[in-house]
Design a binder for this molecule. Structure first.
Ligand code: HEM
Length: 353
């Protein structure tokens, strides 16, 4: 008869219980993050899925702001921004930039005239190893107040139910401001004539440890020339790329970086609310765009312009968007890099006429 096995000592049982709890807890945490336990939970995957089905044309491309082109240049810091942030890119000097001009579309071959929203993404690197990434748009404010509402907006706009959008708009009156902007804001014929805004707020910390909550904008040196939308519709599908290449033939294109400081009580957590016009501003420097490159082969192709990648002296604020954006951009990045075979390096699909 086999000998009964001696019982394990109490300390071993205790360790096993702890390990089981840790393993079980970790699995539960993964399950929770993946949304297995709560069908209504918004996960990064669901957020990215909400931009629409992965059609063949989209494979390998960004799941939003899918059409764009890369650029290189520099950020010429005036030094004035050092009053707000100790980040090296705010100290007077010239720092290399890899950026991306893009359109707020989910289809990489959408026509330029179909995109109401244009974007600019930047990566600035400094000799101390600091890195600043930003993805801005030419809207003055975001259409909705929270990431959850943005998800709801995408679902409502994709819904076959004719009542979905009116119901969403009734529940989110801030959307009316976007509707008014989209109807009345002039269209221009150039990426160079747009003002690009951070929309989200961030916290800058100066050398003495003082914090300021800020938003920033890239203000064009070029004068915006309004063009009727019907006229843009008659231009070729990628007229914006052609225009910026032509403009660059006569020299670099510039924007001034303006940092706006919130007053106490300003809505720092709600990007659908613009701050009053009279807020303190600091001219931090000039963005110089010197050359553009097709995205397929360009230096921005593999950059994830995650707005939470910030140098020492800058951090996220109480605005919930950057964290939600970071999670969604990572998912989109994972998908598009895994599908890179569908987006050949030598064919500039995004720039097809
Ligand atoms: C929760 C809200 C948001 C979600 C889920 C979202 C989602 C996305 C995704 C999935 C991408 C593609 C990322 C990649 O593949 O690298 C993207 C790109 C972009 N988004 Fe957002 N976004 C959000 C809010 C915003 C806001 C508030 C702005 C405006 C400041 C913005 C501006 C941009 C721009 C300019 C790009 C292009 C970035 C690039 O050039 O790589 N997004 N967004």
């Amino acid at each position: 008869m086999p000998q009964p096995r001696p019982s394990p000592p109490r300390s071993v049982i205790g360790s096993l219980v702890v390990i089981a709890a840790v393993v079980g807890g970790t699995a539960a945490a993964f399950g929770y993050t993946a949304g297995w336990f709560s069908p209504d939970r918004i996960t990064p995957n669901r957020m990215v899925d909400a931009f629409g089905p992965d059609t063949d044309a989209r494979l390998g491309h960004r799941r939003n702001h899918a059409k764009g082109l890369c650029f290189t240049g520099s950020f010429e810091a005036s030094g004035a921004g050092a009053a707000l942030s100790r980040a090296q890119m705010m100290a007077q000097g010239s720092y290399p930039v890899v950026g991306r001009l893009n359109l707020g579309v989910t289809d990489p071959v959408a026509t330029d005239a179909s995109a109401r929203v244009r974007g600019m993404s930047l990566q600035v690197r400094t000799p101390d190893g600091g890195e600043w990434r930003s993805a801005m748009i030419d809207l003055p404010f975001f259409p909705v107040s929270t990431p959850q509402a943005f998800y709801g907006l995408m679902q409502a706009s994709a819904s076959k139910d004719p009542g979905a959008m009116p119901a969403f708009a009734a529940a989110h009156p801030e959307l009316g401001n976007f509707g008014a902007w989209a109807k009345t804001a002039p269209w221009t014929g150039s990426f160079a004539e747009e003002r690009y805004n951070s929309i989200n707020s961030f916290v800058f910390t100066d050398a003495s440890g003082r914090n300021s909550t800020v938003r920033w904008s890239m203000q064009p040196e070029a004068t915006p020339m309004p063009i009727p939308h019907e006229e843009l519709e008659r231009r070729d599908a990628s007229f914006l790329e052609g225009e910026i290449r032509q403009r660059l033939a006569s020299g670099p294109v510039r924007w001034r970086m303006t940092v706006t400081v919130a007053n106490p009580g300003d809505p720092t957590a709600d990007p659908s609310k613009a701050w009053p016009e009279d807020r303190r501003t600091v001219e931090a420097g000039t963005l110089v765009l010197s050359a553009v490159q097709a995205e397929a082969d360009g230096p921005c192709r593999e950059i994830n312009y995650d707005p939470t990648v910030l140098p020492d002296g800058m951090r996220t604020s109480d605005d919930p968007f950057p964290a939600a954006r970071s999670a969604a951009y990572a998912k989109s990045f994972d998908r598009r890099t895994a599908e890179s075979g569908h987006y050949p390096r030598t064919a500039a699909v995004g720039a097809r006429p």
